[in-house]
Write a protein that binds this ligand. Structure first.
Ligand code: SF4
Length: 415
């Protein structure tokens, strides 16, 4: 075990991953080695608290680190550290809880007896960024959807200055990165130096980036200006992740979402008209308090009608302190599990349908992995995973291929 050795254990969303990478980069800048957990003097656990299951995984990760034979110190950060610092601290004497991620490197440095890289000086960790880089542009949310703990855990929206985002993307382009995924908690709230999200996209279009994607956008933010700007940027990928959550007006209203199904359908239609070939993915939550069988059937039918290319299915779980946790008519766990299973079945059918519709199409693939058998795997602009055989490709290549097979959602392509 090296003296200055740190392991990173990161749970949850893309924003967490970017933030953990920044912590690791600042540590690396001071001579700290990033190692596997079983070799580390300090384990940094970046937690999530979006569901009860996320809490469970976070505590399990902390307990696992505490149980390692070398007895590391465990520094815990992330959303669960913000909402339940005492509960995490109670897991063991070697636990240090630091909700502020900017302060985590200093906490680690104090344990290791070293000095730390200032927050503004953040070297990139090269290897992980050869193909697609995730760039955080915003943090926080003030929408306060009835089920969601995130506004309490991360606070109100704050935007990364446009100059910083542009400088980061330019450095990625210089390093040969083909695609940047702009991410945040609610990036439709982006606002800096007079630029909104669309203005930011226009600015980044000048960087020479080959492909630009946004991780998620709320339905209300997919407005005419956004679509017009997205359509005008050749690098903008024909893929939007627009969280639906429920396809039933009563459930959407109870959730405190700001649209109904007709409004969402109109957004989908406008987006498809503006961005030809657009793939739309979404989040669907089931088991929100008061969701009846009838409501759920409405959601299933609406999700099918929207023609999403992929679903992320969640089961509602009460988050202490949110309005929904105190609502009556909580849905039994077995009912939630059954509804989630039916949604996942629908997801399988939707993926297969989208894959079938792509047969014979010519698509652009960013190569992310080359396998031992010589095949290559990558992602299309529409966020489809494709396996390519019969070509000598390298990670980071961007190639045009024809889709030749779509078996059970697995897509194959020929050069
Ligand atoms: S928009 Fe709603 S669901 Fe999304 S982070 Fe904000 S409060 Fe949570």
């Amino acid at each position: 075990m090296a003296d200055l050795s740190v392991a990173m254990r990161t749970l949850g969303c893309k924003v967490n991953r970017v933030e953990a990478e920044k912590i690791a980069a600042r540590l690396l800048g001071t001579g700290v080695a990033i190692v596997d957990e079983d070799e580390a003097a300090v384990v940094v656990v970046t937690t999530c608290t979006v569901t009860g299951e996320a809490d469970h995984k976070a505590r399990k990760a902390v307990r696992h680190a505490l149980g390692l034979p070398q007895s590391p110190v465990v520094v815990v950060t992330g959303c669960l550290a913000s909402v339940d610092p005492d509960g995490l601290a109670a897991l063991g004497e070697r636990v240090i809880v630091e909700p502020d991620k900017d302060l985590v490197p200093a906490r680690v440095a104090a344990v290791l007896g070293t000095r730390i890289c200032p927050a503004g000086v953040v070297p990139r960790i090269g290897e992980a960024f050869r193909t697609r880089a995730v760039v955080k542009v915003e943090d926080g949310c003030d929408a306060f959807c009835a089920y969601c703990i995130i506004p309490y855990a991360r606070g109100v929206p704050r935007s990364v200055p446009v100059a910083d985002v542009e400088a980061e993307v330019r450095s990625l382009v210089d390093a040969g990165v083909a695609e940047a995924v702009l991410t945040g908690i609610n990036i439709g709230r982006y606002s800096d130096a007079g630029l909104d999200l669309s203005g930011l996209l226009e600015r980044l279009a000048t960087t020479g980036l080959s492909r630009m994607r946004i991780s998620s956008i709320e339905p209300g933010d997919v407005d005419e200006r956004f679509l017009q700007v997205a359509a005008s940027i050749p690098a903008f990928c024909a893929h939007l992740h627009i969280p639906l959550q429920a396809g039933c007006d009563a459930t959407l209203a109870a959730m405190g979402r700001t649209y109904d199904t007709a409004g969402f359908a109109a957004v989908v239609q406008r987006a498809r008209e503006a961005l030809p070939g657009l793939a739309i993915t979404t989040d669907v939550m089931t088991g929100f308090p008061g969701e009846t069988d009838e409501h759920f059937e409405q959601t299933l039918a609406f999700v099918e009608a929207c023609g999403f290319s992929r679903l992320h299915v969640f089961r509602y779980s009460p988050r202490a302190g949110t309005p929904a946790a105190g609502m009556s008519h909580q849905v039994p766990a077995a009912v939630k599990a059954d509804r989630a299973r039916r949604l996942r079945e629908l997801d399988g059918r939707l993926r297969a349908r989208f894959a079938q519709a792509s047969l014979g199409e010519e698509v652009e693939v960013l190569i992310e992995r080359v396998n031992d058998d010589g095949s290559a795997e990558g992602t299309t602009r529409e966020y489809l995973h494709v396996v390519i055989t019969g070509a000598d490709l390298a990670e980071g290549d961007v190639v045009m291929v024809w889709i030749t097979g779509a078996e059970q959602g697995r897509m194959t392509a020929a050069w």
